[in-house]
Ligand binder design. Structure first.
Ligand code: UDP
Length: 323
């Protein structure tokens, strides 16, 4: 599916901007729409003026979304617009629910209008605090519908339901990915997620903040791997949902140790209270992605963190410490 025209909603975000890069590189046309609420112009500024790239600043929940876009048919509409870091979506709970509901509806309507493929970036958060481990796509999840995190979890669950309703009742061609924790260059230092917090704290010599006792687990996927998985799904015949993430699981305490080692930091580790409904375990079962998309991650945590730390050093203007 190259040489096509894509609408990338949330294209100035962390994952969205890397996806724009890959699409433009391979010869596709990209219209990136983003309200820059959590995305950043800096993530796409290198694409400014590129003949196959166009940026439109607009909120996808806006009633004038359609009128704000350049004319012409899209071959695919990719929906990656949403706050994604827990502190961000907790700061903006209503916006998060809106972008998952109204935003998804608006973008599905565009896809329907154009007979385009619709791609939804869903999340491992649909599994909540999972009672099945590792998480397979068939698992329905364990989400607290009125908990603080529900603004994100339920928005994405609703978005999945709406996407499947458009598929089943209106025949829209859809793809759903469930993205697991992803990290790499272009994450914001102040984003509040664990990798960014630890790397930022380690490079600045600030205390490394472990929430809870650090025994909770996550499985971290390097952004280049993640985007390769998204493209395999976007291009391929599988509706999904498909988990895309790295199945190697680490405790948060192990992650802290690794970041300290790789940065050569002298930061101390401090314990903070665990946020409410924080999932205790998370690890994708990626059998479906391997078997049906021929995708699996290649970059392991140590290597991915080294690349990420290098990027953060240059962003923060922090020199190399001895290791
Ligand atoms: N976490 C932590 N210290 C931090 C930030 C996060 O210990 O400074 C923990 C958080 O409580 C969670 C895990 O790290 O258990 C991953 O958090 P993150 O916000 O990156 O994403 P989540 O997977 O919870 O969406």
């Amino acid at each position: 599916m190259t040489g096509r025209r894509y609408l990338v909603a949330g294209g100035a975000g962390f994952i969205g901007s890397h996806l724009c890069d890959r699409l433009v590189e391979r010869g596709d046309q990209v219209v990136c729409v983003d309200d820059l609420s959590t995305g950043r112009a800096a993530n796409i500024e290198h694409l400014d003026g590129h003949e196959r790239f166009e940026f439109v600043e607009c909120d996808v929940t806006s009633p004038v979304l359609d009128a704000s876009l350049p004319s012409g048919r899209f071959d695919a509409v990719l929906h990656l617009a949403s706050p994604a870091s827990p502190p961000e979506y907790l700061r903006r709970p209503i916006d998060t629910l809106d972008v998952g509901s109204i935003g998804t509806r608006n973008l599905l309507e565009l896809a329907r209008r154009d007979g385009a493929r619709f791609f939804l970036a869903s999340t491992s958060e649909v599994y909540g605090d999972p009672l099945v481990h590792p998480q397979v796509e068939e698992y329905w999840g364990n989400v607290n519908p009125i908990g603080e995190r529900s603004v994100y979890d339920e928005a994405k669950r609703f978005a999945e339901a709406l996407t499947m309703a458009y598929h089943r009742s209106l025949g829209v061609d859809v793809r759903i990915v469930r993205i697991f924790n992803t990290y790499g260059p272009r994450m914001q230092a102040a984003d509040g997620r664990v990798v960014t917090n630890f790397v930022d704290q380690a490079l600045r010599g600030l205390p490394i903040t472990i929430y809870g006792d650090g025994s909770q687990t996550r499985s971290f996927c390097y952004v280049d791997d993640e985007v390769a998985g998204l493209l395999a799904l976007i291009d391929g015949p599988v509706v999904g949902p498909v988990n895309i993430g790295n199945p190697n699981e680490f405790t948060i305490a192990e992650l802290a140790d690794l970041v300290v080692e790789l940065t050569g930091s002298t930061s101390e580790v401090v314990m903070h209270p665990l946020p409410s409904d924080d999932p205790k375990l998370r690890r994708p079962d990626i059998t479906r992605a391997r078997d049906e998309l021929g995708w699996e991650p290649r970059v392991q945590l140590r290597e991915g963190l080294e690349r990420t730390i290098e990027w953060f050093r240059s962003e923060l203007g922090v020199g190399r410490t001895t290791t």
